[in-house]
Design a protein around this ligand. Sequence first.
Ligand code: FAD
Length: 427
Amino acid sequence: MSAPETRPVSLWDKTAPPPPDTPAFEGERECDVAIVGAGFTGLSAALTLAESGTSVTVLEAVRIGQGGSGRNAGLVNPGMWYHPGEVVDVLGEEAGEALNKAFGSGPGVVFELIERHGIECELTRSGTIYLGINDKAVAHLAERAEAMNSRGGNVELLDRTATAAKTGTEHYAGGLLDRDAGTINPMAYVRGLATAALKAGANVHSGSPVTAIEQDGASWVLTTPRGKVTAAQVILATNGYTDALWPGLQQEIIPFYFCQFATKPLSENVRQTILPERQGAWDSRTAMNMFRFDAAGRLIVGTVGSIAEDRRSFRNRWAERTLEKLFPHLGEVEWDYQWMGQIAFTRDHMPRLHKLAPGVMTCIGYNGRGIGPGTVMGRTMAEHILAGGKGELPIPVTQPQTVPFRAVRASYYDIGAGVLQLGQMLR
Ligand SMILES: Cc1cc2nc3c(=O)[nH]c(=O)nc-3n(C[C@H](O)[C@H](O)[C@H](O)COP(=O)(O)OP(=O)(O)OC[C@H]3O[C@@H](n4cnc5c(N)ncnc54)[C@H](O)[C@@H]3O)c2cc1C
């Protein structure tokens, strides 16, 4: 057996309060529900089930937050990448509005859990800002504002001057401030969810990859390297880290990397000149740029693409050049940490909800917007199980569909992002 993984997966892994003790699973156990994956989705489901008195076992391949949940940018936004009107265009009126309602509630659900369970996760509630790089993008932000506010959202369109005042850069033509949103240290949040689930009575095991799921009468048997868990119901909560466990599931996700770079903590004076109200920000570029602070005053910038060995120096240069352009007064900065994570893209940028077999459910494909949606869908799948598999679900239930040429698409996206980033650096 290989040694347990201990390298930090992100800055958040280094700075979050330590995780609860979750030893590897050993032996044999029967429970009502088994959950594969300890991210927002799996742990939100586990918490809901345990609070209702259901026996639940979470099996995590590596550690809590090993997937996107411990690596993301920590922007807690309502809804999806598409604005609510575009969601209706893709899914139709009824299904689209059901998804808009469920995911629109995401930040509220997350903030309520943080408060109720006393999760210390660097929460800021001053909102997030979606930045428009030119007038065309700002016109789209105005459309987005209308689509969101007409459904109970709380967004405000900022002109060029107001955007510069909120961000500290004159680079943008306008912005959309979402007052319902916020930022967190996502690893601290996911560890907090694990602690809350454990307190409620859930069993959570790290270092326990599920290598097989087999039907045995009305139950499912999940095999790990040192044991077997038998459960009537199974939730697969593996999103961008979905492996070959369930045939065909991995093939409907286009794996896509997003990388982030954190400076060492900046001086108090400099901090006041950038995002003085501490919103998290991202922009309308196809190869999107994001920036935010952590609680210690590190400025974090991120963009799409990998920092694997062969891409690292290019994207390091991208990070330096981006800060030079956005905040020329910063001068040369020292870097503290860099990391990346895998996003689960779907072809239409909509999440997928599947009943894979009687008693086996999954929700994957959050398309890089999974803090609120993952928390909501974990809870929703748990409630669906508690209701005996009945009741409305906010995403149409479908069967997995293979994305043709997914590996080619994934590398095409990464190369395409590189070309766009190169153009950005040369301009
Ligand atoms: C770099 C990055 C930046 C992002 N930024 C944001 C953001 O700012 N805001 C936002 O809302 N969303 C963001 N996202 C998306 C968000 O992080 C994800 O949608 C969310 O974390 C998904 O949570 P999850 O619990 O479904 O899956 P994950 O957190 O990915 O967890 C899946 C888990 O399943 C485990 N697993 C897989 N296979 C097995 C197996 N066979 N046995 C046992 N365990 C298994 C993995 O080890 C992993 O821990 C970002 C994602 C990335 C990668």
